[in-house]
Design a protein around this ligand. Sequence first.
Ligand code: DGL
Length: 260
Amino acid sequence: MSKQPIGMFDSGVGGTSIWKEIHELLPNENTIYLADSKNAPYGIKSKNDILKLSVKNTEILLDRNCKIIVVACNTATTNAINYLRANYDVPFIGIEPAIKPAALRSTSKTVGILATKGTLSSSLFHSTAENHASGIKIIERVGTGLVRLIESGKVRSIETKTLLEEYLEPMISAGIDYLVLGCTHYPYLIPVLKEMLPEHVKIIDSGEAVALQTKAILENNKLLNLSKYNPDLQFYSNSNLSVLRSFIDDENAKISSLEF
Ligand code: DGL
């Protein structure tokens, strides 16, 4: 059982930021990563469409015998994880914007959050914000266009910087001291964001927490892979393979095309 892979999916290449955290913490684990770039961005789709895409990805991973599924996408987590948990037997790990740690640490009591429309409009996001950030001013911005640019490999382009300037301006004016990245594509923007934000503003994402949670759930279920062999690291994209390749820097990675 423990040699079965960890399955992961995202609307595209963004979830590789989560894959990296998991692989660093659990280097013996076999993994299968699905980049559903053909259907990106998920963030502008209806809840029902996000649900259908999440089911499709889950079934591909279960057909390949995954022992646990990491939904490496905030949009899919906030819209579909309750359904997935209720309908499939494997454990699911989700990712949600790290509002709670940002709210706890903020001294200006003002926190910015950049995420997709699908995440910010979800009821799961609203209940997390209500439960964990009362007394905190949250400046939300939908990162319209950012996923599309990252999916095209344009992380450092003028277009990307122009959009970020527009999204960050109201947050900076409001006096944020934490910026929460609520989309797994956005950690790839951190070097650009650091150049644009005032020095005292800290950037926070949920990647490390997701990796720790994945390890804990595998341990509790006696599913950790204790083998010392090089792991099998499979990556599949249903769109531009070279973009996916440019986000994975691991000589053992097997990156292939797949229709799904
Ligand atoms: N990586 C996805 C997320 O975390 C991006 C969603 C999208 O495709 O719009 O939300």
